[in-house]
Ligand binder design. Structure first.
Ligand code: TNX
Length: 553
């Protein structure tokens, strides 16, 4: 049973769960409350821009064009529609024509940028030919101002992309893709632009819950490609929960044999082999994305308890797999440290051997237990000893951890001030903006509304301001899958909202405006179509005509 709150809710839950105990059965009830109200949240009333939209869409020019004269003179030239909007962009008169072939000149130390560019050109039917008139140059430079991920993109008489790293060049290539059409054409026209760009935040993420309902490796690959197009760089996989355990742990094979075979009711079961996960890690890395694994502990562990009953406190056998929607009822038996901590260590050792990510998520949400803070401190210290840095959900701020432990904020009103004072970096996922299991519009079928009863429409998400969070490292949208059981439904919840989230994390506040985003994103629709995305038919972008079956689970 869940108490639905008003505009920006906290997750007040009375969770009741029935689990079988031997021949009989018992009930456990636990009252949890995600607490306290101190952080101010901007509650925008839902806006309706439909009437304005089509007029605005016709005014197609780059959001940050610097000179009015240049803007006027490029009126007939192709427009630069970029999402996220770059830090700075100057448009110049005229255009650069590209024909059937280009000459490539690529620094050997940028293999990922090269491959991405070659694939993009091949997709457009543009050949690579040393004798071609126009050159595209990818160059590593030592311009410290660009940072690790920044880049310059200049379209003049040829196309010059430069950056300090392969990742920076990858981002430059993605911008070039956005300047080009999505489909092959006879000839191409590029606007003459000079872009200097770098991200506002180093953490630009998506959290995907593959535990409630499984998502295939193929779907994750597609999602990685699409994320890269918008310069997102962290894919957080919520690999374990009550309803399923999705990561093979060789030392504990029953975790996937039993825990991988269940799912939320109506959802998909399944699990990933370690080989598949290593493949995904490499696939993502080649696209500038780090996969961040989460093993949710010490709660949300029914799938683990069902697999290895000795991890539970009760002297029971055959703890059953769980397929309901409740949360907060299962916990590792913290009164048996000799059982629990070796288990946690062994699991983490295998997880770390698969995922090179510096940050490793150990969960820590929605559990009340006298030994909770002790557990979080020990788990975070374990990760630290293994040379990595722990992430825990906001509740973990009660634990005595090193200040470099990252906290992931998810209740808008959680009192995080003391943790910020201690210096903890924050990943921002306040639910009334970034829980995209909530509706694209109020009342969307198969969506939650416990955090915000009007759902999380595109305009609402875009209105978030990360600036007040002094220690924020970035933003992460979260797609929980209790109610998302197909790839189509996942696409519908993710897009276009994930692109808005990418812009908030990448672009400086001074360049952002919802009107500008609507124009630029509206113009990228053909790219989303080309990528096969089953996006929400978002009226604010003029996409209401899009066919969708995705309201279904
Ligand atoms: C809260 S956010 C949860 C998840 C649910 C989600 C549903 C968090 C740390 N816990 O377990 O899936 O709400 O919106």
């Amino acid at each position: 049973m869940e108490a639905v709150s008003d505009t920006t809710g906290t997750r007040d839950v009375l969770r009741e769960h029935r689990s079988k105990a031997g021949a009989g059965g018992h009930f456990r009830a636990l009252q949890g409350k995600c607490t306290s109200l101190s952080f101010p949240v901007r509650c925008m009333t839902s806006m309706n821009f439909k009437a304005l939209l089509f007029g605005l869409l016709t005014v197609a020019s780059i959001g940050c064009s610097e000179s009015p004269a240049a803007a006027a003179s490029v009126a007939s030239a192709p427009a630069a529609h970029l999402v996220p909007v770059p830090q700075s962009a100057k448009t110049h008169p005229g255009e650069l024509g590209l024909s059937a072939a280009v000459k490539l000149d690529v620094d050997a130390a940028a293999p990922n940028a090269r491959r991405t560019l070659e694939e993009a050109l091949a997709g457009l039917g543009i050949a690579i030919d040393d004798a071609a008139a126009t050159r595209i140059r990818l160059q590593l430079t030592d311009d410290a101002a660009l940072g690790e991920e920044g880049y310059r993109l200049v379209v003049a008489d040829d196309v010059q992309l430069s950056a300090r790293t392969d990742v920076g060049l990858l981002h430059a290539v993605q911008s070039l893709r956005q300047l080009l059409p999505a489909q092959a054409q006879q000839a191409y026209r590029l606007p003459r632009v000079e872009i200097v760009d770098a991200p506002a935040y180093r953490w630009r993420g998506l959290s995907l819950d593959v535990a409630r309902s499984f998502l295939s490796v193929e779907y994750l690959e597609k999602t990685i490609d699409r994320m890269a197009f918008f310069k997102l760089n962290r894919l957080h996989l919520h690999l374990t929960d009550d309803q399923g355990w999705r990561i093979e742990i060789k030392r504990y094979p029953k975790l996937v044999e039993i825990g991988g075979a269940s799912a939320v009711e109506g959802g998909r079961s399944g699990w990933y082999t370690q080989e598949q996960l290593k493949h995904l890690v490499a696939y993502a890395q080649a696209r500038g994305i780090t996969i961040v694994p989460e093993i949710d502990l010490p709660g949300h562990v029914q799938a683990a308890l069902a697999s290895y009953n000795e991890l539970a406190c009760d002297d029971v056998e055959n703890l059953s797999p769980y397929s309901g929607l409740e949360v907060g009822f299962s916990v590792l038996c913290l009164d048996k440290p000799d059982v629990v901590y070796p288990f946690v260590r062994h699991v983490l050792e295998e997880v770390l051997a698969i995922f090179p990510s510096q940050e490793i998520h150990v969960g820590g949400d929605e559990i009340k237990h006298p030994l909770y803070a002790d557990f979080v401190a020990r788990a975070a210290a374990m990760v630290d000893e293994m040379g990595r840095t722990a992430i825990v959900w906001e509740e973990g701020s009660v634990a005595d951890t090193k200040p470099d432990v990252l906290l992931q904020l998810w209740n808008d009103s959680y009192d995080i001030a003391a943790a910020v004072e201690k210096g903890h970096p924050l990943i921002l996922s306040p639910c009334s903006y970034f829980y995209i299991d909530h509706g694209n519009y109020a009342g969307q079928p198969q969506t939650y509304d416990w955090c915000r009863k009007e759902g999380v429409p595109l305009a609402r998400l875009y209105s978030f301001d990360p600036a007040p969070f002094r220690t924020a490292v970035g933003i992460e949208a979260a797609l929980w899958t209790e109610l998302v059981h197909t790839d189509e439904a996942a696409d519908n919840r993710l897009w276009p909202r994930l692109a808005a989230s990418a812009e908030l994390a990448w672009s400086p506040a001074g360049q952002r405006s919802y009107e500008g985003f609507r124009q630029r994103m509206g113009a990228l629709r053909t790219h989303l179509d080309a990528m096969g995305i089953r996006y929400h038919p978002e009226p604010d972008l003029g996409w209401a005509d899009a066919e969708t079956e995705a309201a279904a689970p």
